[in-house]
Design a protein around this ligand. Structure first.
Ligand SMILES: CC(C)(COP(=O)(O)OP(=O)(O)OC[C@H]1O[C@@H](n2cnc3c(N)ncnc32)[C@H](O)[C@@H]1OP(=O)(O)O)[C@@H](O)C(=O)NCCC(=O)NCCS
Length: 184
């Protein structure tokens, strides 16, 4: 299976159904760290749940929709990036990401997202990529900023977690802006 280098010891690969056991073990390390910041449906708690997440993405990929990619650091699955939405009909996509705690702060996510955005906005010809995060998710907003995205607005009290309604930021980059950002 193909594997794209991100930096020393780190690669990006499709994350597929046959990775269910590895993905479940990774979720065991990541779950509580990412719980406040990602959709509840992504938080599997056993191998069957992990397989279900991977199967849902496989089915969406079969329809040229969402896609899921894992990041392996020195041979261990430590996180990933995904198209939570991808549509050639609307020419829009949305990118998401997560890491287990030990993999944070190593510069893995930004280059992984760059690969996804190159593919979506240059190779596949989509026009706009979005990034949604809780307004108090500073590390996620910092990735959007590093990717050259613009903070377009805040959806107020739209993200419920722990009995609190949080605001959600919407960041985006347009294809011409992305090409300029990447010097293409
Ligand atoms: C959001 C999240 C994926 C960001 O991870 P991250 O490690 O901060 O982001 P990157 O992989 O782009 O790495 C950037 C960090 O690595 C550091 N870094 C270390 N070596 C680096 C290198 N060689 N090159 C670039 N950056 C490097 C940067 O300084 C930066 O750290 P800093 O912000 O403390 O200065 C992570 O915080 C996470 O999983 N959070 C919980 C889940 C979540 O919020 N998901 C997003 C939902 S919207």
């Amino acid at each position: 299976m193909f594997s794209l280098p991100l930096r020393d010891g780190a690669v990006l690969r499709p994350l597929e159904v046959h990775h269910a056991e590895e993905f479940a073990a990774h979720m065991g390390r990541a779950r509580e760290h990412i719980r406040p910041w990602v959709g509840a449906g992504f938080l599997s708690s056993d191998v069957e749940g992990a397989r279900g997440t991977l199967r849902r993405y496989a089915e969406r990929q079969a329809g040229d929709g969402g896609r899921l990619f894992g990041i392996w650091l020195d041979g261990t699955l430590v996180g990933g990036v995904m198209f939570t939405d991808f549509s050639t009909a609307t020419e829009l996509c949305e990118v998401g990401c997560w890491l287990e705690p030990a993999a944070e702060g190593k510069g893995l996510i930004t280059p992984a997202c760059e690969l996804l955005l190159d593919w979506a906005l240059v190779e596949r010809g989509l026009h706009r990529a979005e990034w949604h995060c809780r307004a108090d998710n500073a590390r996620s907003a910092a990735v959007a900023r590093r990717l050259g995205m613009t903070l377009e607005g805040v959806n107020r009290e739209t993200w419920s977690y722990g009995g609190v309604r949080h605001d959600k930021q919407v960041w985006a980059v347009l294809a011409p802006e992305w090409r300029a950002h990447r010097g293409l």
